[in-house]
Design a protein around this ligand. Sequence first.
Ligand code: PAF
Length: 279
Amino acid sequence: MKVVRSIEELRSQLLGQLRTAFVPTMGNLHAGHLSLMRLAARHGDPVVASIFVNRLQFGPKEDFESYPRTFDADCDKLSKEGVYVLFAPDERELYPEPQEYRVSPPAALGDTLEGEFRPGFFVGVTTVVLKLFSCVQPRAAVFGKKDYQQLMIVRNMCRQFSLPCEIIAAETVRADDGLALSSRNGYLSDPERREAPALFRTLNEVREKVLARDLSFAAIEQSARAALVHRGWRPDYVSIRRRADLKLPDSDAALSEEPLVVLAAAHLGKTRLIDNLEI
Ligand code: PAF
């Protein structure tokens, strides 16, 4: 695997490659990321990964400084997966001057759920993804369903800007107890790690209740939030949405025929976890 630090070197490495499949990451790679690499290999060749902890998508009180950086271990994992090029620019390379031009997702999609609780997050994500796409020029790029809203926002950005890149969705990889793999799981203490699968269990309970069609969505969401609070969590949201656009579905559960997804974000101690489940 070739580790490339500059945009110029990246472009010369990829010259003439028309089928590049790309996986952008912020490093601290786990089995979920590696599944994205494998899926990328089914959609293009060569596979290019990036590692860049993108300051633009972190709020002032968030964990940019402490975000886990495990570059050498990440490189070992990526080379074992057969990744051809790892693009790992530093901040001076990707943002040599203040990034004044930014991508602004539509408010209806970008300012709800994660966007409501992490203002500016999706502007930071789409801006860096557009820039990385411009550097790598992939034909396909893989994003995990764990970040459901991010996946949808990036896919819509590609469509609206006519970017010649297909966005491939990868299923969430979970630990045996159901906890979705995430770099932030490393922040959990041992007792918190034992508690953490309760988030996914709660999503499953929401799913069962929605399928039973005997309670309103609002009542189901409220009881899920209350159950988490009872267990010591501080939920930001538990919300049932339309899969197609993440808008609120028809409030009458019995009438709603649309494919749905339930999304949740909640704090457990100092760690904020997100997860979702298609219904
Ligand atoms: O999902 C992530 O790891 C990040 O949001 C991404 C897509 C690499 C952009 O920084």
